[in-house]
Design a binder for this molecule. Structure first.
Ligand SMILES: [Mg+2]
Length: 214
């Protein structure tokens, strides 16, 4: 990687879960448990069947919620409130990451498949409050999730970003395919690399990576 790869970037798009905090904190495990419980309760199925359906919906529709909405006609609000009502205490402030994101030139935004209020709570728990110009959640894309192209288009249009001058940081490799096709610089943030043509860069250290791009 060279600084030249990012010198054209004026909008920095960050996923939230497992990107702005380490997957080692296993925060998302709490959400996973709540998702499974919600499927059990609302579809009246046992634990194994709920997990099978969740895996199926994740594969075919991108998220559990998208499957529940498309296959079962479920409204999103109750689900989104239930699954995001988690304990934030594993999260600790990250002053180094705050400094690196603050130093980036241009707009900094969060785009999560969770909700914007949830993202705001997570960002605050990481000491990253007040440094993002906008926070977008699944509600800003009509509840269509990443990796759907329509979801990215809705959020990027709402933000007004120019794809060819933007970069996206994300832990789920699937969610970098559409941004890459739209012309964004793509950075996979995860402990292990994932080789794919739509991934320009990989890092297991977001702060360290950002320190090298400007
Ligand atoms: Mg994520």
């Amino acid at each position: 990687m060279t600084k030249h790869d990012f010198c054209h970037v004026d909008t920095w798009v960050f996923d939230l879960d497992n990107t702005l905090y380490s997957p080692e904190l296993r925060l998302f495990d709490q959400i996973e448990l709540r998702m499974t419980q919600f499927v059990m309760d609302t579809l009246n199925v046992d634990h194994a069947e709920a997990n099978r359906l969740r895996a199926l919906y994740w594969h075919e529709h991108g998220t559990t919620l998208a499957g529940l909405m498309r296959v079962h006609g479920m409204a999103p609000d109750e689900y989104l409130i239930a699954v995001h009502d988690i304990d934030m205490s594993p999260l600790t402030p990250d002053p180094a990451l705050r400094a690196r994101i603050t130093a980036l030139p241009g707009r900094k935004i969060i785009y999560t498949n969770g909700t914007a209020p949830y993202a705001t709570r997570v960002a605050a728990a990481r000491g990253l409050d007040g440094i993002f110009d906008a926070v977008y959640g699944v509600e800003h894309a009509g509840f269509a999730p990443k990796p759907d192209a329509e979801a990215f288009r809705a959020v990027f249009d709402a933000d007004g970003l120019t794809a060819s001058r933007a970069a996206m940081f994300e832990d789920d490799p699937r969610n970098l395919a559409v941004p890459h096709a739209m012309g964004l610089r793509t950075v996979h943030v995860a402990p292990q690399p994932h080789r794919a043509a739509h991934i320009h860069h990989h890092t297991d250290d977001l702060s360290g990576f950002l320190a090298r791009v400007i």
